[in-house]
Design a protein around this ligand. Structure first.
Ligand code: HEC
Ligand code: HEC
Length: 234
């Protein structure tokens, strides 16, 4: 498919005038080309509507799952209720690997792995903010940062017996059968997804004070052990 590069008049005028206000994030014009990976599902610009995915005008500073009338997944709604706000950092992490931030998101997209491509894409999306100047030009942590976990962490073989020992505290909230008001099931998850989710809390990418505290107390081996235990827990 030929990438569709959509450059509205206003944006073109800005480039023509040589004003590149988002220089610090990335190159908005290059980002327009990257957006062709999103445009089969998302619209942006004047008259943009919700399609397969919600439109992305004014995305910065907005709560996750904020469009009335769009049917978000339960995970995305929970993230929004927990207080997930789209900033350079959270958006960067979500675009790199959607499931890392919202485990069961309905956005089936493998992610943009190249940090520069993501920076350019965000510079492009920033031009559709109500107040682009309100979006910080650079959050040092957000630029060219890989949020993907170190493969060495993912490679740790967890000890399920140790995991069982650690899990008793978790099971005071997370019910074995997956029931439990507002508390998601965490059994039978692929190990990688589980480990990535725990580290996202630990690194405070995912909001939720209780889980941030729980994960913050665990080291890499302990998280691997829990993942190994919950993986097979029926
Ligand atoms: C295959 C379709 C598809 C593609 C491709 C896709 N998305 Fe999505 N996107 C979705 C869906 C569906 C949702 C809603 C997810 C949910 O409810 O869990 C979503 C949600 C989002 C959200 C959260 C919006 C909100 O209102 O909270 C952002 C931000 C986002 N996508 C950005 C992008 C970007 C940027 C790209 C390209 C790099 C992209 N998406 C590619 C389908 C897609
Ligand atoms: C005090 C109650 C409580 C305890 C204890 C607790 N959790 Fe949680 N956990 C929650 C809640 C509430 C959520 C949903 C948070 C959210 O919306 O992000 C959650 C979310 C999660 C998720 C992400 C689920 C998803 O669908 O994305 C994982 C994984 C998880 N917990 C693992 C653990 C592990 C492992 C332990 C023990 C070390 C633990 N939790 C202890 C309440 C708890």
């Amino acid at each position: 498919m030929k990438p569709r590069v959509f450059l509205p008049a206003a944006l073109a005028a800005i480039f023509a005038a040589g004003v590149v206000f988002s220089e610090e994030i990335g190159d908005a014009q290059a980002g327009a080309a990257i957006f062709s990976q999103c445009s089969s599902c998302h619209e942006v610009g004047e008259g943009a509507r919700d399609r397969v995915g919600p439109h992305l005008n004014g995305i910065f500073g907005r709560n996750a799952a904020a469009h009335e009338g769009y049917r978000y997944s339960a995970s995305m709604q929970r993230a929004g209720t927990d207080g997930l706000v789209w900033t350079l950092e959270t958006l960067d992490a979500y675009i790199e690997n959607p499931r890392a931030l919202v485990s069961k998101t309905r956005m089936s997209f493998r992610g943009v792995k190249d940090a520069n491509d993501r920076a350019n894409l965000m510079a492009y999306l920033r031009t559709y903010s109500d107040n682009p100047s309100d979006v910080p030009e650079a959050e040092p942590t957000a630029l060219a940062t890989d949020h993907d976990l170190d493969p060495a962490i993912l490679a740790i073989q967890g000890d399920p017996e140790y995991g069982e020992y650690l899990a008793s505290e978790c099971l005071t909230c997370h019910q074995r059968d997956g029931s439990g008001e507002g508390i998601p099931s965490i059994t039978l998850w692929p190990v990688d997804d589980f480990v990535i989710a725990m580290h996202a809390y630990k690194n405070k990418l995912r909001p939720h004070p209780v889980m941030q505290m729980m994960a913050g107390r665990l080291n890499d081996e302990e998280i691997a052990a829990l993942a190994a235990y919950f993986k097979d827990l029926e």
